[in-house]
Structure formats: C-alpha cells, structure tokens
Design a protein around this ligand. Sequence first.
Ligand SMILES: Cc1cc2nc3c(=O)[nH]c(=O)nc-3n(C[C@H](O)[C@H](O)[C@H](O)COP(=O)(O)O)c2cc1C
Length: 209
Amino acid sequence: MNLIENLKWRYATKAYNNIKVTEEKVDQILEAINLSASSCGLQSYRIFVVSNPEIQKKLGADSYNGQISSCSHLLVFAALTDMSPTYIDDYMTMTEKQRGLDAGALSGFRNGLHSYFSTINAEQKAHWAAKQAYIALGTALIAAAELKVDATPIEGFNAANIDAVLGLKEKGLHSTVILALGYRDSEKDYMAATKKVRLPIDEMITKVY
Ligand SMILES: Cc1cc2nc3c(=O)[nH]c(=O)nc-3n(C[C@H](O)[C@H](O)[C@H](O)COP(=O)(O)O)c2cc1C
C-alpha cells in the first residue's frame, strides 16, 4: 500500500530548506484537516496558517524548535476554550441546513450535548476540545506524507506567546499543538538518514478474534 510507504518516508523533520510548499498542496492538507473525525462532529478547533518569516520568528520566540521560523508554512491548531451553548446551537443549525432537515430536527441531539457539557467543568471542556485538535493533527500528518510534504508536529512552543501574537484569546481559542510544513534539508538534518524506531507490530497490536 502506498500509504504505508509514505508513512515510512515521513519523519518529524528537524531542518527545512527554503523551498515553499505550493498553495495547492497546503490547501489539500487543510481540506484533509476539515474532513477529520471529531467527537460529536463539533470540530472544536480552528487552524491558523502562517507563512510569513517575520510572524513565524515571533511565534517561535522562546522555543527550541527552529522549524517554527524556518518552515514553509506553520499550522497552529487552536482549540475552543469553551464549548458554549451558543457554539453547539450554531453547529446544530448548520448541520440541519447542510442536511436539508427542518429547523429543530436535531433538538434531541442538541439537548443531549447541552446536558453533557453542563456536567463538565471549564478545564475538562478545554481538554475535550484540545483532544479533537490532535486527531486533526494526525490527519494532517498523513495528508502531508501522501503529498510528499515534510512535516513536524510540535508541542515544544510557548503557547502564551503564540496566543498573544495571533490574538487567539480574544477569539475564544488557545493554541494546543502546531505543525511545521516544508521540505527537509537532508544535509543539515541528522534525522533525515536516521532509522525510524517503532515497536514490533505484535507488541503494539493484540488481535482478539
Ligand atoms: C504531539 C507531538 C508533539 C511533538 N513535539 C515535537 C517537538 O516539539 N519537536 C520535535 O522536533 N518533534 C516533536 N514531535 C515529534 C516526535 O518526536 C516524533 O514524532 C517521534 O519521535 C516519532 O518519530 P517520527 O515522527 O520521526 O517517526 C512531536 C510529536 C508529536 C506527535
């Protein structure tokens, strides 16, 4: 399967050259993200795409990950800080419209969501939202590999700094994880020729048939 070959090809790139990823490929990765599964389908995160050396430099301040400033495009996965009743209502209304349903057709689902989110605290809601963003991160990694675009998932960044530079707090969002996209600089990147390490498949997987 080509997918497996592409997943073997990908690795968390440490050094990027200065070749830009085409907008067409970036858009395909972004569309893959938008097609990700998410709990209850609520897509509780937004993506910010940055391709501007000055802004990338600011986003990478205080981070040991030079990829933030040297990559072609940086994707910031920003989770909703609050799963508010308004957000849920708007999402249900959008779902009814896109599926051609009568207004209120999803009121049972809507009420169930209101009820669930009223039982968990603010920290739990933010955590729930962030978990969905990580699923999108996984989708983006696979999409990038399929397009032979290099990528680095990054947790080593100053979230308060990124939130401030992109004005995320004011938008009810907070950065959870980021993804650098670009093309590997095989000469500068010691990881480019380093063997991928994974568990033996039978240690990872238990089949119960
Ligand atoms: C959520 C997450 C956060 C990560 N944070 C960083 C990071 O801050 N810097 C970095 O160079 N790599 C980071 N990585 C890359 C991992 O170290 C890498 O995926 C792992 O060692 C497996 O290697 P491979 O992806 O090259 O196959 C992160 C990976 C994930 C999934």
